[in-house]
Design a protein around this ligand. Structure first.
Ligand code: F0G
Length: 352
């Protein structure tokens, strides 16, 4: 039986005899070949579907490790700032480990599914009038004086857990891909993947991919080389103007001969709709940023024909139903009569 990341990758993680082996069976997510998009783009494209983790995002990988270490070190409570997914994962793993979770979120800028998760898992939810960057600053300060463990990705155990996704990609493909495309928000995940690929390279002899990270244009601090005071994007998950792992992300880019570029909200929404409509995978808008980037890089030649590309689908589309409905032409026919339905189907099928 698969029992989660701490057991699966014990020898690669900072686990001691005293580490509680908590688990929601996170990790072990599918690598889905995207047939339609591969054909259209002329590459071998796969989606690492992190939306199938227990709380619906990649955050579970880092959170299981960070919460286990916090408990090992005696914490009774954890705290995080979040655009939504971190708070959902923190709340779930705190419950699992029997500690309390405080989550600080930007008022009105978190997707409904994520808020619902924090509520139902029983977190203590604090909403602030500022954005994620301000929330992160607040919790960093608070964790200095209060008896709470900070579980944002500035906590190094988070990146340790998250690096396991790179291990899985190498195991699933039998090799590292040519390119790993990934959305960039607070920049922890791109740093974690790069660490994971380097470790697998050292231990198993796999190659190293080029890391292609993508920020949303309205929140593209690394691309522009300056802090964005008022970040804006439809992809609320990555609405971050001062990424905490900025330097690590630049190192991942430079060491791997990769790129960090930006994509517009229009490119994000286009990719978001395309992967659902053409390949049957529903991701959240923030996750579509990496696919938008792949499309952009195929056009510009930064990704070459025939290359193997893994795009990380960081979160599940069900997290944010409002965007799905608002960003698509909703076509629902109201019918109560069986004969009317029959004719509707008959006409439709005859056109196939
Ligand atoms: N994709 C999704 C769905 C996210 O929720 C996040 C970050 C990212 C990508 C970016 O990852 O920050 O490691 O560069 N969400 C954080 C949160 C900020 O609070 O849930 P990153």
């Amino acid at each position: 039986m698969y029992e989660g990341l701490l057991k699966q990758y014990k020898e690669y993680l900072p686990i001691t005899d005293k580490t509680p082996m908590i688990s929601l069976a996170e990790g072990n997510t599918p690598l889905i070949p995207l047939h339609s998009l591969s054909k259209e783009l002329g590459i071998n494209l796969y989606g690492k579907y992190e939306g199938l983790n227990p709380t619906g995002s990649f955050k579970d990988r880092g959170m299981v490790m960070a919460v286990a270490k916090a408990v090992e070190e005696g914490a009774k409570a954890i705290v995080c700032a979040s655009t939504g997914n971190t708070s959902a994962a923190a709340a779930a793993y705190a419950t699992r480990a029997g500690v309390k979770a405080y989550v600080v979120i930007p008022d009105g800028k978190i997707a409904m599914g994520k808020l619902a998760q924090a509520i139902i898992y029983g977190a203590d939810i604090i909403s602030i009038p500022g954005n994620f960057d301000e929330a992160l600053k607040a919790v960093r300060d608070i964790a200095k004086t209060e008896a709470v463990a900070l579980v944002n990705s500035v906590n190094p155990y988070r990146l340790e857990g998250q690096k396991t996704a790179a291990f899985e990609v190498c195991e699933q493909l039998g090799q590292a891909p040519d390119v790993l495309a990934i959305p960039v928000g607070n920049a922890g995940n791109i740093s974690a993947y790069w660490k994971g690929f380097k470790e697998w390279h050292d231990k198993k002899g796999t190659l190293l991919p080029r890391m292609h990270g993508f920020e949303a244009e309205g929140a593209a601090a690394i691309v522009k080389g300056e802090v964005i005071e008022q970040p804006e994007t439809i992809a609320t998950a990555i609405r971050i103007g001062n990424p905490a792992s900025w330097k690590l992300a630049e190192a991942a880019r430079d060491e791997s001969n990769g790129y960090i570029d930006s994509v517009t909200d229009e490119e994000i929404l286009n990719a978001y709709r395309k992967v659902a409509a053409q390949d049957g995978v529903f991701v959240e808008p923030g996750s579509a940023a990496s696919l938008a980037g792949v499309i952009q890089h195929v056009k510009s030649g930064k990704i070459k024909p025939g290359e193997t590309v893994v795009t990380v689908f960081t979160g599940n589309g069900l997290k944010d139903p409002d965007t799905a409905i608002n960003a698509t032409d909703v076509n629902i026919s109201k019918m109560s009569d069986l004969e009317e339905m029959r004719m509707h189907l008959r006409n439709g099928v005859s056109e196939l």
